[in-house]
Ligand binder design. Sequence first.
Ligand code: ZN
Ligand code: ZN
Length: 255
Amino acid sequence: MLVDSHCHIDFEEYADRIPQVLENMARNQVTHALCVCVNLADFPRVLALAESHSQLFASVGVHPDQGEDASPGVKDLIERARHPKIVALGETGLDYYRQSGDLEWQRTRFRTHIRAARECGKPLIIHTRDAGEDTLRIMREERASEFGGVMHCFTETLEIAQAAMELNFYISFSGIVTFKNAHAIKEVAKAVPLERMLVETDSPYLAPVPQRGKTNEPSWVRHVAEEIARLRGISLEAVAAATTDNFFRLFRPVL
Ligand SMILES: [Zn+2]
Ligand SMILES: [Zn+2]
């Protein structure tokens, strides 16, 4: 069995096809998915999905691509994170690729999420793009290692993966690992120990080979796991078992 550790099936794309998405998961032995919040305005929708489906869990957070005005306070996050179906804080982090200019607000928002995670004892879902060094620096300064989390949709170097693992973080691979030209990330996926690895779709984005160009969905996390198994010369079952165990060890959801 497999778990999609990161998806956004609360987005409009899925408004009238959640039953189909859940059925496709079941058919591919994808037993659970974590629906990740990107903005407090969307939080009720994310939580409602998790509350009405036993296969789904949720998080609370504000994505670094959401403009400066969307920044939450520590209290806003903690209040929402107390719900038993909320298993993590995020996604949060730094994105220097999609946002430019003075990004001090992004770094402040990231610190706010780390402080909220500490207060509620739940792990972090970190998004980092073209900002690896600053991300690690803030993780160290805020002692994120005390409660850990995941570096989601990992696209950085092996050195950054290693530094994150030393800080008690898991590394999550998305459909990017199936892309033909993604040589560097394939190498990282071979090197990260299985016991530190998660798999995800980041649906609706990044549909894996052989579904590229379509709206991604959690059942296709299977293609991600298959590619990692192929790269490492091990069985799909071995990748599925390890990444599923890791998911439950990290997020400790109430089943
Ligand atoms: Zn992300
Ligand atoms: Zn995401």
